[in-house]
Design a protein around this ligand. Structure first.
Ligand code: NAD
Length: 349
């Protein structure tokens, strides 16, 4: 393995042997900043396009502080909005690989403002596809979401299932998939999409209005507050460490198989973990670092949220078959790293 994100060494070596220019939209966000970090570690030139609506300047400042000046000179920031086509054109100029991750990433926010969700996620992606085509980029990777499976009870979720779209967010993601597919079929733009399941890791915002469960529980445990849990805790999710997302983006970018173009791939571990199991793992990791905390945190159970699915698990067969995806960070391993980062960093406190 290479780098702290456990990128398999053969991928890292292949990447390091060639130098390309990469555009990461949403590169100041949670997932985007990890993509930026790995690319810089492997000697790539990286451009970020971000409007900092949910991304953080301090993620980029921390990366700058972690890299020597000769590496950081390969980094470039464009502060701008994917809703502006001219900005997308400028951002894709001279770029070989696009990793499009800028989005309104929250389901409740999309329900509150479906027009903004459409403009950013669908309109912004269409701008990025058009700009990428115009600038003749080599490959276009983009983030879709497991949200498109909605409340379909079939398990595991596989890519051939029909979408069950329950929110404007899910609608925008399926629209992106259709646009990407059509750009491959109509113009030959090599696009690859990823349906991410529940991604976690350092730099995920625990204070956002729709905070993800892992960082918010770590913060609650640290502050000796009660744990808030919607439902009975027996619902399951396919929690997937951010390292696996980085691995898949790199595998797709470096792959020489043209069958992957115009397609989408699930990205998860292919395992389900219940929320109560997750809490047990997180509590154990927090206890290791802060032994004075209560052994059994108080849990406040409340009504299950509208639209929440009971069980979720990815089929990763397609990713394994076409992209040789090899999950190499378990939920517990990922949590170890994540808990340590949140307990030792002041960023979100
Ligand atoms: N985190 C997950 O579990 C998960 C699951 C499924 C899909 N995804 C998708 O992965 C991508 C990244 O998600 P994340 O969790 O890192 O979210 P994030 O909110 O941390 O990152 C999104 C980034 O996009 C930027 N952005 C938003 N609107 C923009 C605009 N109009 N112009 C330019 N930049 C803009 C934000 O400032 C932020 O830096 C998103 O497309 C999201 O829908 C994430």
């Amino acid at each position: 393995m290479s780098s702290k994100l456990n990128i398999p060494s053969e991928i890292f070596a292949q990447l390091s042997s060639q130098r390309s220019t990469w555009l990461v939209t949403g590169g100041a966000g949670f997932i985007g900043s990890h993509l930026v970090e790995t690319l810089l570690q492997s000697g790539q030139k990286v451009r970020v396009l971000d409007n900092f609506s949910s991304g953080k300047k301090f993620h980029l400042k921390n990366l700058q502080a972690a890299f020597p000046t000769e590496v950081w000179k390969n980094f470039e920031l464009i502060t701008g909005d994917i809703r502006n086509f001219e900005t997308c054109l400028m951002a894709t100029e001279g770029v070989q690989f696009v990793l499009h991750h800028a989005a309104m990433g929250s389901v409740p926010a999309s329900v509150a403002d479906p027009q903004a969700c459409h403009d950013i996620n669908t309109g912004g992606t269409l701008n990025m596809l058009r700009a990428s085509l115009k600038n003749n980029i080599k490959k276009f990777m983009y983030a879709s979401s497991a949200a498109i499976y909605g409340d379909d009870p079939e398990l595991p979720k596989h890519e051939k299932m029909n979408p069950h779209v329950l929110s404007p967010y899910a609608a925008s993601k399926i629209a992106n998939e259709l646009y990407a597919h059509s750009f491959f079929k109509s113009y030959g733009l090599p696009c690859v999409g990823f349906r991410y399941f529940n991604v976690f890791g350092a730099r995920q915002d625990p204070k956002g209005s729709y905070a993800s469960v892992i960082p918010s529980w770590i913060q609650a445990l640290k502050n000796k507050e009660a744990i808030k849990l919607f439902g009975d805790g027996l619902q399951t999710r396919d929690f997937c460490h951010v390292s696996q997302i980085v691995q898949m983006n790199l595998r797709a970018a470096l792959s020489d198989h043209s069958e992957i173009f115009g397609q989408v791939f699930n990205v998860g571990l292919g395992q389900s973990t219940s929320l109560l199991e997750l809490l047990k793992y997180i509590t154990a990791e927090v206890q290791l670092l802060l032994p004075d905390l209560p052994k059994n945190p108080e849990i406040i159970f409340s009504e299950v949220r509208v639209g929440d699915v009971k069980y979720s698990k990815a089929s990763i067969d397609k990713a394994v078959q076409y992209l040789k995806f090899s999950p190499n960070v378990s939920v517990v391993q990922g949590l170890k790293d994540t808990v340590k980062c949140y307990l030792t960093s002041e960023d979100f406190s």
